[in-house]
Design a protein around this ligand. Sequence first.
Ligand code: PGA
Length: 248
Amino acid sequence: MVNSSRKRLVIGNWKMHGDSAFNSELLAGLRSGIAQVQGCDVAVCVPFPYLYQTQSLLEGSAVSWGAQDVSQHDKGAYTGEVAAAMLADFNCRWVLVGHSERRSYHGETDAVVAAKASAAMAAGLTPVVCVGESLQEQEAGQTHAVIDRQLAPVLALGSENLSRLVIAYEPVWAIGTGRSASPEQAQEVHALIRTRLEAAGAGQVRVLYGGSVKGSNAASLFAMPDIDGALVGGASLVASEFLSIAAA
Ligand code: PGA
């Protein structure tokens, strides 16, 4: 099999969805269904207010959890921000950084994204650094240039740091559109990312694909040599669908 040395990883990104009642059913479904999943790390990244609920309902299960953003600062007068140490306080293992929705709606620059990844690692969390080109950039043939630009400050963190993070390639045109990249299209960009990671001394970093992943297309994506798992939005809100991706 391909990817033999890198354990598969599937992370759900709930985005701004859920409430206490909905979450409790979803988390119970994950907790009871995870036994059917072998050889894959499974996690959910939930909205901040539900971290305590998530921790309470998943503690002791094989499903780990995390947040969808983190401050680049340790503490201080940063109203509305959440520090990495606060996430660690809820036993978060993961945090998404630089999701395209953060980059486009909140003006996060490549440098800020790398600073957030650094802050997360300093608190013992594993950052999942998201990169990906827009439709316009793809059509202009700029995909590789965009990925290189977004990766540059992250690669500059050095091989020791890089070995403690995860990269997620999420073409913006595939997010929430139902139009996933084809396995070959995704693999082409994953291979570029792998080459850059290898050159930085971190070839074993897991690289996830994200953008309209569902139970029906996960297996063909995971068959690609440089796709190590998925970052899943919409389909992570239905326990059976999400688990079928992890089991693919
Ligand atoms: P999607 O979202 O699976 O709903 O396309 C993926 C993401 O934005 O992480």
